[in-house]
Design a protein around this ligand. Structure first.
Ligand code: SF4
Ligand code: SF4
Length: 360
């Protein structure tokens, strides 16, 4: 969100941009999404504690886990004011578990009204905190008990966020849980919840059983498409999200990651404005992305894609289907990340090639 949606490269296709906008549905969608080009994000670790412990957690990898917590609301208030002054308009509050510090979430919300919180959903975040809330789901209850050491987690998440317009359930496909998405989606849809998809992206050095291989990515692709078709009212996703996140190549190889960890330029976009603050309010440009300590070659994370893919507007202005697919992607990410934004119908239902690559 950074410039998550802002133009970031200058590759011109054979089609003129005006020609791509001749179709009224496409033009309307373009007008709808471009209003959000002002979003400019940074991310913040609110605490270094978590009330569960999952296999494959990227928070407990690398240096950030050792930062001491700053629990002083005044310091957070000052930070939010400074962030606003340097042009940040959207905050992502995360690692380890933000629901453990509700008073800090309220402080942030008072000053920065746009943002989202990444939580395991075990504890309810007070309704006064009006951010989007992304609740991580890693499989059915049996799998959650085994991988996350948490009993009846989905039931608890659903009870906490029943009817809550802030809530989006984020199903993370791992190599082991592809076949469980149907039952999980059914339970979420039965409670009128919203669901989107993530793809497990291994932390640096992780070689455990959750890490994807080519075969599990293709199974994930099929499961995503089936679930989208089965629960169109609940699932916030598009064919192009599927193509981008289940490709054999990771997001950095496909699109070129714009976060500072992978992008030396400080001239525009994420390279200029993005910071990832640790729980002690320090930040380190060389480690900064939305999912630090994730293995870049294996990065297919939904949060990364929402910045990396959307920044490549011009590359996708190549032909009508590629441009429609990109608009679907942006429309999806806005519906997942922005309160009150309603996802429209997808404009392109076929799996389009990422520019320069074959989708197969
Ligand atoms: S809930 Fe999130 S922060 Fe906590 S251990 Fe699991 S993945 Fe890590
Ligand atoms: S982990 Fe993903 S988002 Fe982070 S720098 Fe690497 S490719 Fe970019």
């Amino acid at each position: 969100m950074t410039n998550r949606t802002a133009p970031a490269d200058k590759t011109e296709g054979k089609w003129k941009f005006g020609d791509l906008l001749r179709d009224a549905r496409v033009r309307d969608r373009w007008e709808k999404v471009r209003k959000y080009f002002f979003l400019r994000e940074s991310t913040y670790d609110m605490t270094n504690r978590c009330n569960i412990r999952c296999d494959g957690c990227y928070y407990y990898e690398g240096e950030k886990q050792f930062a001491p917590e700053n629990r002083d609301p005044g310091s957070w208030r000052d930070l939010m004011r400074q962030e606003k002054e340097r042009g940040i308009t959207y905050v992502v509050l995360a690692g380890a578990e933000p629901s453990l510090v509700p008073e800090l979430l309220e402080t942030c919300f008072e000053i920065m009204p746009l943002g989202s919180i990444a939580t395991n959903g075990f504890r309810l975040i007070p309704p006064a905190v009006g951010y989007k809330i992304h609740i991580s789901v890693w499989g059915n209850d049996e799998t959650s008990r085994r991988v996350r050491n948490a009993a009846n987690l989905l039931e608890r998440q659903l009870d906490n966020y029943d009817g809550d317009p802030r809530a989006v359930f984020v199903y993370t496909f791992t190599r082991q849980n592809v076949h469980e998405v149907g039952e999980v989606a059914e339970r979420i849809a039965a409670r009128n919840g919203k669901l989107t998809f993530n793809v497990f992206s291994a932390p640096v050095g992780y070689e455990g059983p959750l890490r994807h291989d080519r075969s599990s990515l293709l199974l994930t692709r099929r499961a995503m498409l089936e679930t989208m078709e089965r629960y169109p009212e609940s699932v916030l996703f598009s064919s192009y999200n599927v193509a981008a996140h289940t490709h054999g190549q990771g997001l950095h190889a496909l699109y070129g990651c714009s976060y500072p960890r992978r992008n030396a330029s400080t001239d525009i976009g994420l390279g200029r404005s993005f910071r990832q603050y640790r729980a002690d309010l320090t930040w380190d440009r060389s480690a900064a992305c939305c999912v630090p300590d994730t293995d870049c070659d294996d990065c297919r994370h939904y949060a990364a894609g929402s910045a990396v893919v959307t920044a490549r507007l011009f590359r996708h202005a190549a032909d009508p289907d590629t441009f429609r697919s990109w608009l679907d992607y942006v429309d999806t990410y806005l519906s997942v990340w922005v309160m009150g934004y309603e996802k429209g119908e997808n404009l392109c239902d076929r799996l389009v090639d990422p520019p320069g690559f074959s989708v197969e």
